[in-house]
Ligand binder design. Structure first.
Ligand code: GLU
Length: 463
């Protein structure tokens, strides 16, 4: 086994949440940086809440983000015999014991403790039993130390310690023979040779219990890093109230995976003032020790800013491919009309999302848009109509319609007619796009080509 082994261990009870994705990313980055292994383990022992659909959604989310795993996915539900074996080992070694206390008896003791102002805790009734009670239902409890403290150096939060007397004799196997959560995690992490556990800080309280279990089982205790939660702008834990929390919902809203990765890593981790990181940069620069201790606040504007950056600097061919589903959603058939890659080039600077890019691309393909009365009156005044008609003639005669040539044509045309660029560009833009905001007019003409440009202007003039 490699020296550094990390894992992501989601419970498949929903989609891949941005918080989970960030945890996966941190684990993945550390594994890649250290040349170690990244393992995917599906924690599906809660049969009632786990679904195949969620497993698929999690795998899809990770694949989309580019977080490939070296081993797995392993399913905890395949490991029941293993957990049973470890329970037996602990019983045999005396580090666990059978507890026959009934739920009612425990509940009574709990109520009594609360009414007397004590912290409810298992009182150890069965801890010293020496004989099994044949035929009686039982749970298996971990024989936890009664005193001392359990401490660990969290790679993010620093030293964390717990008094052992605060920790109960944890149930590791229920009456029905199924193992409990903290136990399965330890058996898996131990037998999979996990060296560092990076997870959400909602698990901090589980860690001392898990450490004691490692020790009882005779396995080395891994390092731990507990990542602070992600909050919404109002400082409450990020939830649907704050907008989408599913990673794939961001894809569907037109975000690029590299923007998402860049955004997620910066939610808690920093590297000087740098903001833009590719995955390769991150593999070089990431360190778990430089993840901050305070919770990250989800900032949709910053995500949008990063996405705009990655679109602007993206490969037009790849973006054209990514644009296809968004065009389809809008009923746009890109096979009838200008080359999609050329279209994308004109939209790189003006699209913060692929969805905006799709909206911006529609006019190129839907040439039968309506010219409405009000806009016609506004943009195609009699003077503008005259200019447009003259422009059509000029376009007809032009030999070259490359970007430079179009620019020169417009400059010459304006000088000759004694008008400003906007006097021609505005009506032409309206005629060509049906709107008043679009990529630069030269780009639009370049992409539409001469015939379609002329056709559209003439259609507007006769509307
Ligand atoms: N299955 C746990 C969760 O989804 C993760 C536990 C762990 O990372 O140790 O919260």
């Amino acid at each position: 086994m490699s020296e550094v082994r990390l894992r992501f261990a989601p419970s498949p009870t929903g989609y891949l949440h941005v918080g989970g994705a960030r945890t996966a990313l941190f684990n993945w980055l550390l594994a890649r940086k250290e040349g170690g292994e990244f393992i995917l383990r599906i924690e599906d022992t809660d049969v009632a809440r786990s679904t195949q659909e969620s497993v698929d959604a999690i795998l899809e989310g990770m694949t989309w983000l580019g977080l490939d795993w070296d081993e797995g996915p392993f399913y905890q539900s395949d490991n029941f015999p293993l957990y049973r074996e470890y329970v037996e080992k602990m019983l045999a070694a005396g580090s666990a014991y059978k507890c026959y206390c009934t739920a009612e008896a425990l509940e009574k003791k709990r109520e009594l403790a609360i009414s007397e102002g004590r912290k409810p805790k298992y009182d150890g009734t069965c801890r010293s039993l020496t004989e099994d009670v044949p035929g009686a239902p039982f749970v298996v409890r971990f024989r936890a130390p009664l005193e001392g403290e359990t401490a660990f150096n969290d790679l993010i939060k620093g030293r964390i310690s717990f008094q052992n007397e605060e920790l109960d004799d944890l149930i590791i196997q229920r009456t029905d023979g199924t193992p409990t959560y903290n136990f399965t995690v330890v058996v898996d992490d131990a037998t999979m040779g996990i060296t560092t556990v990076i997870r959400g800080d909602d698990h901090v309280n589980n860690t001392p219990r898990q450490i004691l279990l490692y020790e009882a089982l005779g396995y080395p205790v891994p390092k731990f890093a507990h990542v602070p939660m992600i909050l919404g702008a109002d400082k409450a834990r990020l939830s649907k109230r704050h907008g989408a929390t599913s990673v794939m919902a961001y894809r569907d809203m037109g975000f690029l995976p590299e923007a998402m990765v860049n955004y997620l890593v910066r939610l808690g981790w920093s590297y000087g003032d740098e903001e833009i990181f590719t995955l390769d940069d991150l593999i070089q620069k990431f360190s778990i020790e430089s993840v901050g201790r305070s919770a990250g606040v989800f900032n949709p504007d910053k995500l949008l800013w990063l996405n705009a950056h990655y679109i602007k600097t993206g490969d037009p061919q790849r973006l054209a491919d990514l644009l296809l589903p968004f065009l389809r959603e809008r009923g746009v058939d890109h096979t009838v009309g200008p080359d999609l890659v050329a279209v994308v080039r004109t939209l790189l600077d003006r699209s913060r999302t692929m969805l905006e890019m799709a909206d911006g691309a529609i006019f190129y393909y839907k040439s039968d848009f309506e010219y409405d009365e009000k806009s016609l009156a506004k943009f195609l005044t009699p003077a503008a109509r005259e200019l447009c008609a003259a422009l059509v003639e000029r376009l007809r005669q032009a030999e070259d319609l490359g970007h430079e040539a179009i620019a020169a044509l417009f400059d010459g045309f304006c000088a000759e007619k004694g008008v400003k660029m906007k006097d021609v560009a505005q009506p032409a833009r309206y005629a060509l796009t049906g709107g008043s905001a679009s990529p630069g007019i030269y780009d639009v003409i370049g992409v539409l080509g001469r015939d379609e440009t002329i056709r559209r202007i003439q259609r507007a003039l006769s509307a």
